[in-house]
Design a protein around this ligand. Structure first.
Ligand code: ADP
Length: 195
């Protein structure tokens, strides 16, 4: 299996690159943000709970997020592999993911990180807010909070994968196709080792 954690701050381009990667490598895309938004739209209990955190730019509690992610992985028993997009966002989530994959005799192949500086992120998020109507992209205070939460809680997750020799960072600024090619080169190089 090829299991990738696509990592980076809000607005780094994880969603865009995930779409291209799942197509090329035939992987299952699991975006926790997308799953929460689908639940909000469907007015489920999980959606109502998630919304109360997302609207403030806070993380949804680990317990809830981990349970949901595990259920999604379990729904895809015959997958070639997964792209985890927006997960793990905390050390506890990273540990839970390792445990879950180990119980299925697999593991994370690599963490691909899109590196984009803060000024560029804020510009992108505000632009996306205009186009997508996502409430959390329209309020500068909420955007700042998400970036702060990323820096304090999520960024350390890279150390978790660095310690396992799995962290690969790449520049997230440039043409979409150029960034995609850089990601593919990293995957192909690593995948040879794992085959
Ligand atoms: P972005 O990366 O642009 O912030 P996402 O769609 O990944 O957007 O996430 C939107 C929101 O959903 C986050 O701000 C957070 O509230 C919630 N969320 C998504 N993934 C997680 C997660 N793994 N743990 C906790 N909260 C999450």
């Amino acid at each position: 299996m090829l299991n990738i954690v696509l990592f980076g701050p809000p607005g780094a381009g994880k969603g865009t690159q995930s779409e291209k990667l799942i197509d090329k490598y035939k992987l299952t895309h699991l975006s926790t943000g997308d799953i929460f938004r689908a639940n909000i739209k469907g007015q489920t209990e999980l959606g109502t709970l998630a919304k109360s955190y997302m609207d403030k730019g806070q993380l949804v509690p680990d317990e809830v997020t981990i349970k949901m992610l595990e259920a999604e992985v379990n729904k895809n028993p015959n997958s070639n592999g997964f792209i985890f997009d927006g997960f793990p966002r905390t050390q506890a989530q990273a540990e839970a993911l390792d445990k879950l994959l180990a119980s299925k005799n697999t593991s994370i192949t690599l963490m691909l990180a899109l590196e984009v500086e803060e000024v560029e992120l804020k510009k992108r998020l505000l632009l996306r807010g205009k186009d997508s109507g996502r409430a959390d992209d329209q309020n500068p205070d909420v955007i700042q909070k998400r970036i702060d939460v990323y820096n304090s809680e999520t960024s350390p997750v890279k150390d978790f994968y660095t310690a396992q020799g799995k962290y690969k960072g790449t520049n997230g600024i440039g043409e979409i196709e150029e960034i995609f090619n850089a990601l593919c080169s990293i995957i192909n190089a690593q995948n040879k080792i794992f085959k």
